[in-house]
Design a protein around this ligand. Structure first.
Ligand code: KIV
Ligand code: ZN
Length: 525
């Protein structure tokens, strides 16, 4: 039976180490609506380093000045993980990636070029020999800058195996230290992926000079299974993202693949460096920053992942948790007890709880969270872990605000337009706008914000969910607003769902007011 008390350190000494390459900040950011600003990317990068990922793919430096700046800042700031930048196989991309990466503790350049016949014929209009020569030239150029170079034959899973073997052998000879095998379009199945990796292991003569990696997309819901199959066939690195974010249906989910390797250590005999107790806090951080919440039933990090509803299961759990749990909640960063603090709890208890949930607060941040906690405790009898996490995350995701929420008043009845007065502080000065318009109170608040700020937006997404349980649970509202070609997200949390909506609309409007410009998509750049 699997020994659940085994720690990753124990497993590492017994087993084959698997590198975790996180691409939340690059492929993950390609999820529609998931783009992040510099401060948010730095926050995520630090969290990934703390989580123990081996390589952080921080972005695609040539894609936009914003991408360049965030890769450069992450390279400067992050320690303990390699920092990687993506580049197409051309000199300008590769040189720009190096410019962004050079101050990293462990820089890595990741060059990619499509190899499948469909991409060669329709996208690149290049022959096999031309693709091979371009791949070798790209790796050679990257090695001129940096000792750690990864090469990806894009759409490898649909590439003819003989040609794939030729490309892999040639790029390793040119100095690639990692060869990544992407299933770019999520077409592979586990047996297919196993066969591809096994062919490389068996047929490429210099394969032992590079680490084989896997990068699977989830179009058929098989990304985690395909990555595990690749590991079984000999891959030593998995590319994945927090919450499985990524292009289209997303990438292999980091938390799932890591917990599969750990929970089934008896089968895979592999281990990662991931500090699994930080999985849930990191997942929450990314969900809140991107506004893409994980479904309740998501494996490992979903709200229901450790909830037992049926009486038979509950009975079994009380007698022996292993009857119905293959992982311990505390191993992924969840506590068994959820009910924690109340009105009379002090600052030390709050700091302790925040730390246990994975939030490192500075004294100033703790002070702000504590003040908000006291206000919340006046409105809400029981404060749960989810409430504390929401207060901490609010602290991390705040940006300088031009318009600071200061309250609303509202009268409405069904069938008539509401009258809304919205108050803000602009550079410390109180301002307000009153409007009688809108289809219900939320629309009225939205229109009052537009009137007050002078920024007209289109609402692309609006979601409300309860942070915890009970009638007095805090509502978490996330919105996505578009203005002049720019899309920004905002989030608001309050026991009053109208206040949460107003805060979310204002947060997104503040971001639009700060500007930022559209990003270029790597494969479209
Ligand atoms: O899916 C893909 O092929 C990629 C490459 C750039 C590695 O994201
Ligand atoms: Zn990808």
């Amino acid at each position: 039976m699997t020994d659940l008390s085994l720690q990753p350190e124990d497993l590492m000494s017994m087993t084959r180490p698997i590198r975790i390459f996180d691409t939340t900040l690059r492929d993950g950011e390609q999820s529609p609506g998931a783009s992040m600003n510099l401060a948010e990317k730095l926050e995520v990068a630090h969290a990934l380093a703390q989580l123990g990922v081996d390589v952080i793919e921080a972005g695609f430096p040539i894609a936009s000045p914003g991408d360049f700046e965030s890769v450069r800042e992450i390279a400067r700031a992050v320690r303990g993980s390699a920092v990687c930048g993506l580049a197409r196989c051309n000199d300008a991309d590769i040189d720009r990636a190096w410019e962004a990466l050079q101050s990293a503790e462990q820089p890595r350049i990741h060059v990619f070029l499509a190899t499948s016949s469909i991409h060669r014929e329709f996208k690149l209009r290049m022959t096999e020999d031309e693709v091979l020569a371009r791949a070798v030239a790209g790796v050679t150029r990257a090695r001129g800058h940096c000792a750690d170079v990864e090469f990806s034959p894009e759409d490898a899973a649909r590439t003819e195996i003989d040609f794939l073997c030729r490309v892999v052998e040639a790029v390793i000879a040119a100095g690639a230290t990692t060869v990544n095998i992407p299933d770019t379009v999520g077409y592979a199945t586990p047996t297919h992926m196993h066969r591809v990796i096994k062919s490389l292991v068996d047929r490429v003569p210099n394969i032992d000079r590079a680490v084989i990696s896997t990068h699977c997309h989830d179009d058929l819901g098989l990304a985690v299974a395909n990555s595990l199959a690749a590991v079984e066939a000999g891959a030593g690195q998995i590319e994945c993202t927090i919450n499985g974010l990524g292009e289209r249906a997303g990438n292999c989910s980091l938390e799932e693949v890591v917990m599969a390797l750990r929970t089934r250590g008896d089968y895979y005999h592999c281990a990662t460096r991931i500090v699994t107790q930080k999985l849930v806090p990191t997942s929450r951080l990314v969900a809140n920053i991107t506004g893409i919440q994980v479904p309740r039933n998501k494996a490992v990090v979903g709200k229901n992942a450790f909830a037992h509803e049926s009486g038979i299961h509950q009975d079994g759990m009380l007698k022996e948790p292993r009857t119905y749990e293959i992982m311990r909640p505390e191993d992924v960063g969840l506590e068994r007890t959820d009910l924690v603090l109340g009105k009379h709890s002090g600052r030390a208890a709050l700091a302790d709880r925040a730390k246990a949930l994975g939030y490192q607060l500075s004294p100033e941040q703790l002070q702000t969270v504590f003040e908000r906690f006291k206000l919340l405790a006046d409105r809400k009898k029981e404060i749960y872990d989810g409430d504390i996490a929401a207060l901490c995350e609010q602290q991390f995701s705040e940006l300088p605000e031009q318009f600071v929420y200061d309250g609303y008043s509202l009268t409405c009845e069904s069938g008539a337009a509401p009258t809304v007065t919205l108050r803000v502080l602009q550079e410390g000065r109180p301002r307000s706008a009153t409007i009688t318009a809108g289809d219900g109170p939320i629309d009225g608040i939205f229109l009052a914000i537009e009137k007050l700020t002078g920024i007209t937006t289109a609402c692309r997404d609006f979601r409300v969910q309860a942070v915890t349980v009970g009638k007095d649970a805090q509502a978490e509202v996330t919105v996505e607003l578009e203005h002049a070609g720019q899309v920004q997200r905002g989030r608001g949390v309050s026991t009053d769902s109208l206040e949460a909506s107003a805060r979310a609309f204002l947060a997104a409007t503040n971001r639009l007011a700060l500007g930022g410009g559209p990003r270029l998509h790597p494969q479209r750049a």
